[in-house]
Design a protein around this ligand. Sequence first.
Ligand code: PEP
Ligand code: MN
Length: 342
Amino acid sequence: MLIVMHHSATKKDVERIKGTIIRMGLKPVAIPGAERTAIGIIGNQGWIEDSPLRGQKGILEIIHVTKPYKLVSRDFHPADSVVKLGGKVKVGGKSPFLYIAGPCAVESREQIFRTARFLKKLGIPVLRGGAYKPRTSPHSFQGLREIGIDILDEVRQEVGILIATEVMSPEHVEMTAQKADILQIGARNMQNFDLLKEVGRINRPVILKRGLSATIEEWLSSAEYILLGGNAEVILCERGIRTFETATRNTSDLSVIPLVAESSHLPVIFDPSHATGKRSLVPPLSLAAAVVGSHGIMVEVHPEPEKALSDGPQSLHFREIEKLKEQVDAILAFMKTKVMQK
Ligand code: PEP
Ligand code: MN
C-alpha cells in the first residue's frame, strides 16, 4: 500500500502515520519527493484493512498496490533512479548512455590488461569479465575464480577502469565487493534468493540479469529482494530469453526496455552478446537497444575471440567495438536532436 501525503502535510503528520502503520504490525518506508512525501507499507501478505489510516490529517490518497514488488515500482518511487558507479560514472535517468565491455571470462593477466587499456582509450568506463563462471557443462572452463578477481583488482588500480564481475554464491559476495566496483548476478542465478539477500546487504551496485525464462514480474520481484535488503543500486539487464527459436542463442526481448521503464524506476541495460550469441548480430541489436531507450549496453569483447575460452563466437574484436561505439553514439546524438525533442 502507498500513502500519498498532502503537500502541506508536516513532519509530525508523517511520523503519526508511521506510528499507526507500526501499530498495525506493518513496516512504513518514507519516500520523500520533490512535491510531497509518500509512505510505502511493506511486510504485508495481502490486502490491508486501511480504516485506521482513513481520514487521518495530512493524507491525500491511499493507493492499494497489488504487485508483488513495491520498492522497485514507480508507484513507490515515480522518478527515474540514477545509479552511481565508482563515484563518477552514472547510469539511469538522463545520464549518458553506459558502455560496459570486456571478455566473457577472465583468462589471463595479459588478456585483461590488453582489453582494459583498449577500452579505456575508447572512453568505455566499465570492464566486464567473469572470474566465477556459470557453465552449462562441468567440463567447460570454470573461470579463474579468486585468481581472476585478483587480476581484475590489479587492472582496476593500474589502468583506472571500473570493474563489473559475476558472483555466483553468497559466501563470495563480501570478498568480491571489496575488489570490484559492480557485482553481476547472472541469468541462472536470478532466483537464487540467498544470493539476492546477500547483495542486498552490501554497498555496491548490482547488475541483475533477467533469467532465461523469467517473466518481467519475476525479474522485478528478484530486484525487490535486493532493494528490500537496503541496496537500492540495482541495474536491470535484459539478455534475451529462451524460446522455440534455435537460430539465435536466445531471443532478444527488446520490448521489455520501454515496458520495464513504465513500471519501474530502475535503470535498464541490454546485453546483445548473450541475447544473440552471434558476433554479426551484436552491432544491429545494440543500435536497436539505444533506439528503444536502453540506458546502456554490456558487450563481450576479446583481444582474440577465436581463442576465447568461453563465448568466442559472440565476442567482438577490438576494431568491431570501436565501430559499434561510433555507430551507437551517432544514433544517440540523432535521437537527442531529431527525435526526443519532438
Ligand atoms: C555473462 O555475462 O557472461 C553471462 C554468463 O551471462 P548470463 O548470465 O546472461 O548468461
Ligand atoms: Mn558470456
